[in-house]
Structure formats: C-alpha cells, structure tokens
Design a protein around this ligand. Structure first.
Ligand code: PNS
Length: 164
C-alpha cells in the first residue's frame, strides 16, 4: 500500500491545498493530512479547529482516503507514525521551491527513506495563500472561492459567533 503524508499549518486550508490533496489522494492509497502544532506561531485557528475544517472539506469533496490529524515536532516522525514513504508538497512558484528544497534536504538527512513528491499548483491557485486569506479576514473582506465552500461556511459561523 502506497501511503503519503501532506503536512502544513493550514491556517486555514485553501482551495490550493485542496487541489493538491485531491490529486495526491488519486495517486496514493492513503494520504495522511498532518496539521502542524507550532508553539512558535500564533495561529488564527486552533489545531482542532483546523482539523475539523479540513475533515469537513475532505468529506464534502468525496475523498475517502485522507485521514486528518494533528502533529507536533518533526514531519519525518509524523510520516513514520503514519507508515508513509512519501511526503507530498505543492509548489506554486520559485519561492516555494527554494523553501521546499531546503526542507527536503533536512528531511532526507533525518529520514533517507522518505521520498518527497512535488505537485505543481494549478495556475489558478498560484496567488492563493493562507496568509492572504487571514489578511482578508482581518479586514472583514470575503474569502469565498479561496477556501473550500464547507470551510467558508464554518469560518462565517465562527465570525458570526465571535461578533455576538
Ligand atoms: O504550511 P507550512 O507552514 O508551509 O508547512 C510547513 C511544514 C509543516 C511542512 C514544515 O514546517 C514542517 O515540516 N514542520 C515540522 C518540522 C520539521 O520536520 N522540519 C523539517 C526539518 S528542519
């Protein structure tokens, strides 16, 4: 069985992430989505909220081979725990490539058996990032079409309940 991991901060998960996940789920038997708990960052959404949003979007997309869980520490340990031999990464541009290539160097040092597989972004998604989505949210602008519909609904509900 070919298993992969697809890890990230996913704060929040965008349509670009979903496109990469959908394509990876068609290539591998299982794709374990890992939501990073990074104590150095102050995420907008808690790890549990991010997991719940991604699970909901994965269900909506009809993907049935992508379990979602939280992880902290090293990606190679998350992959080992999942029994995955592949690490899926999406690439939007050269900046992503420079960052990912360095990450691959360290991941390979830590776990030579973990193969990193790059999927080029859909050109329609190259400008979409979680940080842009957070910036729009902070200014009260709409984020429809930038995150999966299901996630858009969950975020709108949260914004409404925060306002009350
Ligand atoms: O969505 P992001 O924040 O770009 O995802 C980056 C992620 C989670 C893939 C990366 O930060 C990561 O793997 N973090 C875990 C720590 C780790 O294993 N680092 C690689 C060796 S230095």
């Amino acid at each position: 069985m070919k298993k992969a991991v697809f890890a990230g901060s996913f704060d929040p998960f965008t349509i670009g992430h979903m496109d990469v996940l959908r394509r990876a789920a068609a290539l591998f038997d299982e794709v374990h989505v890992g939501v990073l708990v990074n104590p150095e960052k102050h995420p907008l959404f808690s790890p549990e909220e991010r997991c719940a949003m991604i699970r909901s979007a994965v269900r909506e997309a009809g993907i049935d081979n992508a379990p979602v869980s939280v992880f902290s520490g090293l990606l190679v340990d998350f992959a080992r725990l999942a029994g995955a031999a592949y690490n899926v990464r999406g690439l939007r541009n050269g900046v992503d490539f420079d960052y990912e290539y360095s990450m691959e160097y360290f991941n390979r040092r830590l776990s030579p058996e973990l193969e990193t597989v790059y999927l080029a972004s859909d050109p329609a998604h190259v400008h979409i990032s979680s940080s842009a989505v957070r910036m729009l949210m902070a200014s009260g602008a709409g984020i429809s079409g930038l995150v999966p519909d299901q996630i858009c609904k969950i975020i709108a509900e949260r914004v409404r309940s925060d306002e009350q």
